[in-house]
Design a protein around this ligand. Structure first.
Ligand code: BG6
Length: 524
């Protein structure tokens, strides 16, 4: 992918930031005004699990603080183990205190705790659903009017059982929406299957109970403000779109680096690995937003049509691609984690190159990289622009000094956008230096950024599926990573890297063969 006419520059030295002097002026809402959802009963299966404690309860607490839900919204936890509503609230409280973006104050917590209820029982026991039905009926008479969301925060293996029991007890039914009719929606947590075949089976199975319009496949990366901003940046500014193609862009890197490890989820991670956990969903979704064509409107289906179309034009990987343009790694120490096999080949790091066969993107490589226990926590898209023709400058010197411009979409942390470009250093000679122009959301809009789950739960209650995955995109994303999964699972050969490093050296060599470099990961 190297342009042989242009000498490739060495990795960029750190640029001099020119500060975040951007002031955000709020211009207005491009969507139809967000309405408050109808009062709803939210039923969480797996309510005492990790996700409910870390993400769902803190998100629900915060949207209540924002006054974003209409009263009476009721949250009913369903899990094994007998707990009263008060005991359930007490169990959630320390988790919310730890993970909520806002403090837990006694008065606000009491208000939140009043909206919590609990049904204890096994998922295969009819009594669990009879008790749930009674609670839903009470909620309906108090004002939810039968609107309900079922959040399946359980291992996918129990989805069929839960859905079958919900149907048997007449708690779910096919799309009943219409004026005055209550809504009935199902949120499914990732992973949606573990390969193409099982994802298709899972989708078929869910579709045998509810309509596609009732299924909300959650990928929390899509609920992040900065990910949603990709479309506004691209299509709300006339300066970017003319450059957003193969004529001006040399290559694109998308990195999701985590400094944490597997956080005690050994057996989950052994069955999943980084490709299923992050690349199949989060990174391919970000890729599709960065590269899709202009949608006809901001409606859920117009956006999802374009994303789906884009994923269809990503070239399938073949044997050679997996051997030469994909790398898998595992951090040293992973095999000693609880629940991990001593000879595990599960990748905790992967780097993959994708090519998009379209007029816009022909010949531009897209490098996706994700990993655990890396030097820093950072999710970022780096758009590398082409190098300038060197006729104006002394070729040799210019080749090593003139760095092509890079536009960075910083998804987290320090959410923002920056542009690195060269400028003349004051003085008699034409010395050039890199400068960095940065906008951070925190400085520009002086508003707290809400958590992805807050936005997604509200959208589901409103019936807005724009930020949820449609079945066709999920299938296609599995198809795209399937060759790597199959080849890697059949042939041991994971490369090791030190915890706190930038990943295995093979990943640098892989991108280096194309004449490119990764964004440096630096330990703070
Ligand atoms: C989840 C993965 O989907 O995303 C986790 O299962 C990962 O392994 C997490 O840690 C990262 O989320 P975030 O919001 O920090 O990017």
């Amino acid at each position: 992918m190297t342009d042989s006419r242009v000498p490739q520059p060495p990795p960029a030295p750190p640029a001099t930031p020119v500060g975040s002097s951007v002031t955000g002026e709020i211009l207005g809402d491009l969507t139809t005004k967000r309405r408050r959802p109808e009062p709803t009963a939210i039923v969480i299966f797996g309510a005492t699990g990790d996700l409910a404690g870390r993400k769902l309860a803190p998100a629900l607490y915060n949207i209540m603080l924002d006054n974003a839900v209409a009263e009476p919204t009721v949250i009913i936890g369903v899990s094994r183990g007998d707990l009263s509503a008060t005991q359930f609230a007490d169990k959630l409280k320390p988790k919310v205190a730890e993970f909520s973006r806002r403090k837990v104050e006694p008065a606000t917590w009491d208000k939140f705790a009043k909206s919590l209820d609990y049904v204890g029982g096994d998922f295969d026991n009819d009594a669990t659903y009879t008790a749930l039905k009674a609670k839903l009926e009470t909620a309906a008479t108090k004002g939810t009017r039968g609107n309900r969301v079922f959040y399946l925060s359980t291992p996918p293996a129990v989805f069929p059982l839960i859905l079958q029991k919900l149907e048997q007890h007449k708690l779910i039914e096919r799309d009943v929406q219409g004026p005055g009719k209550p809504s009935c929606r199902v949120i499914v947590e990732k992973p949606f299957g573990r390969d193409l075949v099982s994802a298709r089976q899972l989708n078929e199975m869910i579709a045998s109970y509810v309509d596609e319009s009732q299924i909300y496949r959650i990928d929390h990366s899509l609920g992040k403000e900065t990910v949603q901003n990709i479309l506004v940046l691209r299509f709300g500014n006339s300066i970017f779109e003319p450059l957003w193609n193969r004529n001006h862009i040399d290559y694109v890197e998308i990195t999701a680096a985590e400094s944490i490890g597997i956080e005690g989820r050994g057996s989950f991670y052994e069955a999943t690995g980084v490709v299923r956990d992050i690349i199949q969903n989060h990174l391919l979704q970000v890729l599709s937003l960065v590269t899709m064509e202009v949608p006809a409107s901001f409606s859920a289906d117009d956006i999802r049509d374009e994303k789906s179309q884009l994923l269809r034009s990503v070239r399938n990987l073949d044997l050679n691609d997996v051997a030469n343009h994909c790398v898998r790694g595992q951090y040293r120490g992973y095999r000693q984690e609880d629940g991990v096999a001593p000879n595990s080949q599960t990748p905790t790091f992967a780097a993959m190159r994708f090519i998009i066969d379209s007029w816009r993107w022909q010949g531009v490589p897209f490098y996706l990289r994700a990993g655990k226990r890396l030097a820093e926590r950072l999710t970022e898209v780096n758009i590398h622009f082409r190098a300038v023709p060197l006729v104006l400058f002394k070729e040799e010197a210019a080749g090593s000094v003139l760095q092509p411009a890079v536009l960075t979409l910083r998804i987290q942390p320090h959410e923002g956008i920056s542009l690195r470009f060269v400028a003349k250093v004051p003085g008699e000679n034409i010395n050039v230096g890199n400068v960095l122009m940065t906008m951070t959301y925190a400085d520009a809009f002086k508003r707290p950024i809400s958590e992805a789950y807050e936005r997604l739960l509200l959208d589901c209650m409103r019936g807005d599926a724009t930020l949820f995955n449609r079945r066709d995109s999920v299938d296609r994303a599995w198809e795209l990573i399937q060759p790597a999964l199959q080849i890697w699972e059949a042939t041991p050969g994971v490369s090791f890297y030190d915890a706190g490093s930038a990943g295995p050296a093979e990943a640098d060599a892989m991108i280096g063969r194309d004449g490119h470099t990764w964004r440096e990961l630096v330990k703070s």
